[in-house]
Design a protein around this ligand. Structure first.
Ligand SMILES: Cc1cn([C@H]2C[C@H](O)[C@@H](COP(=O)(O)OP(=O)(O)OP(=O)(O)O)O2)c(=O)[nH]c1=O
Length: 193
């Protein structure tokens, strides 16, 4: 069976992939994550996921490599990770009391090329006061998260409604990931002989 590698530095993605019960290694992929002019959020996260997987496959030929990317999207604009407290507070103010989308892509690179899947989620936040935004920043949770919140942490208190997949919002859409892995004959819920 080929070696499976997760091309990510994100502890959240590692924890999510562990849910599938497979053995894998983790190797961070360092790529340029700049949006190309005119590129839509779906195209962007798919391109990033594919590039992360391809970058590690180039170093580890013979392996199967998963790459993933997540973007929080408000009014068709991609929100990155907050630069500082003021940026984090501004992001939460914009997300407050309305819906946004979370786009997550996963790609699998291996001997047969690269395949990817796109996962799109709709998340509605309750209104958030400036005092709450400041207190939330001070927990340390938002700083390395797209959109400046974590659904798997205290940020869950803002999530009034989710249409989509929890794992997709958190960073690795497991339905789509399993579909890619099963198409490459990795054993998920298959009897072992
Ligand atoms: C919206 C949201 C994002 N996130 C995180 C997942 C990702 O780690 C991060 C999105 O940034 P990414 O650039 O997709 O990923 P990353 O830089 O953390 O990791 P790598 O590129 O090495 O795979 O935001 C959450 O943990 N919870 C959430 O609810």
């Amino acid at each position: 069976m080929p070696r499976l590698i997760l091309a990510s530095q994100s502890p959240r993605r590692k924890a999510l992939l562990e849910q599938l019960g497979l053995d894998f290694q983790v190797m961070p992929a360092d790529i340029d994550e700049t949006v190309t002019p005119g590129e839509g959020p779906g195209e962007f996260v798919r391109r990033m996921a594919r590039q992360k997987a391809a970058a590690i496959l180039a170093r580890e030929p013979g392996a199967l490599v998963l790459g993933s990317d997540t973007a929080v999207v408000l009014d068709d604009h991609i929100m990155g990770k907050p630069r500082d407290q003021a940026d984090g507070a501004a992001m939460l103010a914009r997300l407050s009391g309305r819906s946004h989308q979370v786009f997550s892509a996963v790609a699998l690179a291996g001997p047969n090329g690269v395949e990817d899947r796109l996962n799109i989620n709709e998340v509605r936040f309750r209104p958030i006061t400036p005092a709450e935004a400041e207190a939330y920043w001070n927990t340390g949770e938002p700083s390395d998260k797209a959109g400046g919140y974590a659904i798997q942490g205290l940020g869950a208190i803002f999530v009034e409604h989710l249409a989509g997949s929890y794992s997709g919002v958190m960073g690795l859409p497991l339905f789509e990931t399993a579909a890619l892995l099963q198409a490459s004959n990795l054993p998920i819920l298959t009897p072992q002989i």
